[in-house]
Design a protein around this ligand. Structure first.
Ligand SMILES: [Fe+2]
Length: 91
């Protein structure tokens, strides 16, 4: 992504970090991870929307590939949470 920003003659900002929430147990870890992934999906969709608006198809294609990965992550986390609901946690 930094390479793309530089290619577009932009200035990547890597000093602004998103707060990380670490769950004390597996269900809480999954919950926080899911919140993060859902936020990523929303952000990439917004980025893709902007790329379409600006006719930047190179960046749009890059973001669409990343978005697909993030949607898989959301699905995996939801599956884990559903399995915990159905089977519970081991003791
Ligand atoms: Fe992810």
């Amino acid at each position: 992504m930094i390479a793309r920003i530089l290619y577009l003659e932009g200035m990547p900002i890597v000093s602004k970090l998103v707060a990380i929430h670490i769950g004390a147990d597996v269900p809480l870890q999954l919950k926080y991870d899911l919140e993060s992934e859902v936020g990523a999906v929303k952000a990439y969709n917004e980025g893709i929307r902007m790329c379409v608006e600006l006719a930047d198809n190179g960046t749009r294609a890059m973001l669409e590939a990343i978005l697909s990965d993030e949607e898989v992550h959301v699905d995996w986390l939801e599956t884990q949470m559903d399995q915990i609901k159905q089977m519970g946690l081991s003791t």
